[in-house]
Ligand binder design. Sequence first.
Ligand code: SAM
Length: 275
Amino acid sequence: MREHEEDVVRLDPQFGGLDEYTPNIARMYDYFLGGSTNFAADRAAAEQLLRVFPGNTEWAHINRAFLGRGVRACAEAGIEQFLDLGSGIPTKGNVHEIAQQVNPAARVAYVDIEPIAVSHARHLLDGNPNVTMTQADVREPDTVLAAPGVSGLLDFTRPVAVLAVAVLDIIDTSDPATLVTAYRDACPGGSALVLSHSAALDASTDEVEGAQQVFESTTTPTLHARDWSEILAMFDGYELLEPGLVPSAQWRPVEPVSEEYAARSNGYGAVGMLN
Ligand code: SAM
């Protein structure tokens, strides 16, 4: 991890420097997915989270797999541009890899606030003209949309798939649906929204509250678990592709999944299209 600090120094100072002592969700998520881009504080918080909610590792894998299937569906539908909000630390099954398997000319603008996620992505993407990494706060859509890495790469007169996967549940906003609308309004017909969001499916009230307490010690101190109708409201203006808003594991699974396994998604996912 030390070798990245030099890059972090060159990141946008408004988002703070590298703080390896405060647990960070991007790095905890990386830990749950089996990555090594995390510090001792992240691993300790992740282990604490697993003690109160043992299903979290499975949640992370199910969520990541949903992201991949959603991106592939958009690429196969002919969408060539992707705006990934809260993209995370590069790991297996990155959006540009999946999209470019379908269409080598696909363009992906990644956006994340976390210095390590930004630094790692920039290393990985160095020299790839069709992919950018922007450090920004997704709660500021005007800034995100005007950022050179976004406005310079994506043509908003042509369809764009906006990805808001496992991010709206950890950002501090009381009105995530309005935030999604700001991005929707920047996109033309034929665009898409790929969204997943935490919901207590098989997680008990104690597990949710325990997880929320662990989040209090992280850089994103609030975890919002919302219900189906609150999450559906985020798709305002979009027509949902089949099978609609379902537990993430049940969204076009590669193989049929049991109800019991679907409940372990502890979140819903869907893909919506703009007419
Ligand atoms: N979207 C990826 C996925 O589902 O595989 C990563 C999800 S990870 C749980 C959430 C990501 O959102 C982290 O990388 C975190 O840094 C980022 N994030 C949190 N708050 C953010 C904000 N206000 N602006 C931009 N990114 C944010």
